[in-house]
Design a protein around this ligand. Structure first.
Ligand SMILES: [Zn+2]
Length: 471
């Protein structure tokens, strides 16, 4: 009978512990609260005892709440546990041995979490919980992504976590440091050194091929195409012998390049035309301007859809494909897959969104100053698209379809100026709103300086080409 009692209790302790473990993981904060209350009621000896027996059975470090159950059960007493000798050995042992700090750096993989990574290094659930708790407002640890690093140190032989750092990137990390019974969180942000760099290239094939050959990073080339995209069609207008140059920011940290900043200024010689653009920040944000202060951005984008080909041109005297009669085609047809997004060509207000006989589903936008655009044969409209809705340039307003009189999916696009239909492909697009006068006064001397910095860096051939074009 006497032999049976400890076994029974071991079983009981096991069941209770398993239950409490579940409670702890399911409701960590409430479990911790309980723990604080309980800690007052139990004697330190009992805690030690329960820790010992639990470690012996190869379980994770204990939630101290389990010792309450042990304490409440009068049949489990310290003296009745056969491991008492080992406990005494431990208590009598000399003060803590020298500890060592074990350092680790782990790259986050898909599906990793703080607890997954740390439990691989036998960090206790309690320590993991405390770190998460220090981050519960910001949730940086929950948002860690594959490729980022966790750097941490573990004190041995106790196995306690001393500090842990989530390295988000070279400039940003989140640091957690143990202090007493919790972890303190700190964000570490470094600022890179910024320097100006100049590059130029001659085009033999394309902006991208020759730009990359000139060791210009692709994102800068994309940005360049965006800056000049209002004036140059990079698919159609580029000629062999075109040149471009740019002055941009490079970011470095501890003497090593870590990335690019903004393009400060750029020039493009295209097919006998010269364009210059300067980055300038106003209250409305940063934009690119000509040296005279006109926005590079136009009030309209040339084509409101990513199309595969122009299936029918603007033609005031064409034969209609369905009616076989002379009917002017007052817009351009852009063939595109059904469902392709259609964008607002410019800022404005929707004056019509619905069905009209031949047009099928159609959107008409008033842009002010006499400008109006029309988008027809749509499969459907973007959410909230109705009369009176304000739209911004580039907003998706609808989707390509073939409603109304259409032989295949395409966007029929019209561009009207004071009620007169213009060819959307060739119409001169108005510039964006000009810079306010007060702003212009500050801008002009700045622009002059930047252009001087840019042209002073030009190679001899570049300067020659530029000079030839100016004559
Ligand atoms: Zn059409």
């Amino acid at each position: 009978m006497a032999k049976l009692i400890p076994a029974k209790h071991l079983l009981l302790i096991g069941i209770v512990f398993a239950f409490l473990t579940i409670v702890f993981f399911a409701f960590p904060s409430s479990a911790t609260k309980d723990k604080q209350n309980i800690a007052l009621e139990i004697t330190p000896q009992v805690i030690k005892e329960s820790e010992l027996s639990l470690f012996d059975s190869n379980l994770p470090p204990p939630n101290q709440a389990s010792s309450q159950t042990v304490d409440n059960n009068p049949q489990v007493q310290l003296s009745s546990v056969p491991q008492a000798n080992r406990l005494e050995d431990q208590l009598a042992a000399p003060p803590r041995p020298k500890f060592t700090l074990e350092k680790h750096s782990v790259q986050i993989k898909e599906g990793d979490s703080l607890s997954k990574v740390l439990s691989r290094y036998q960090v206790s659930a309690n320590d993991i919980y405390k770190v998460s708790n220090a981050d519960k407002k910001q949730k940086s640890l929950l948002r860690m992504r594959p490729g980022q690093h966790l750097e941490f140190s573990i004190k041995q032989p106790s196995g306690t976590l001393q500090d842990i750092t989530l390295v988000i990137n070279r400039l940003q990390s989140i640091h957690f440091k143990r202090s007493e019974s919790q972890f303190d969180r700190a964000e570490i942000n470094r600022t890179p050194d910024i320097s100006q760099t100049y590059k130029e290239a001659v085009i033999h094939n394309s902006l991208f091929v020759d730009g990359m050959n000139a060791k210009i990073d692709q994102p800068l080339l994309i940005e360049l195409a965006n800056i000049f995209g209002w004036d140059i069609d990079f698919a159609l207008d580029i000629r062999k012998g075109d040149r471009f140059s740019l002055l941009y920011e490079e970011k470095s940290l501890d003497g090593e390049k870590i990335g690019n900043g903004n393009i400060l200024a750029a020039q493009f010689i295209n097919n006998g035309r010269t364009f210059q653009a300067i980055r300038y920040e106003t209250k409305k944000g940063a934009n690119y301007y000509t040296p005279d202060g006109l926005a590079m951005r136009k009030a309209f984008i040339r084509t409101p859809v990513d199309f595969t080909r122009i299936s029918s041109k603007f033609n005031p005297n064409r034969l209609h494909p369905i009616f076989k009669t002379s009917r002017p085609h007052r817009g351009v047809d852009y063939a595109a897959a059904s469902g392709t997004p259609v964008k607002a060509a410019g800022d404005g207000k929707v004056s019509f969104a619905g069905k009209q006989n031949g047009y099928g589903n159609v959107v008409i936008i008033n842009h002010g100053k006499g400008y109006q655009t029309l988008y027809a044969h749509l499969r459907g409209f973007a959410r909230g698209m109705r009369k009176g809705k304000r739209v911004k340039q580039g907003n998706v307003i609808a989707y390509v379809g073939q409603t109304g009189w259409a032989t295949g999916p395409h966007l029929h696009y019209e561009f009207r100026v004071n009620g007169v239909h213009k060819n959307p492909v060739t119409v001169k697009l108005p510039n964006d709103d000009p810079m306010p006068k007060a702003e212009l006064k500050k801008y002009l001397p700045y622009a002059q300086n930047v252009i001087a910095a840019l042209t002073n860096s030009n190679s001899a051939e570049f300067s020659q080409r530029l000079a030839l074009l100016k004559d």
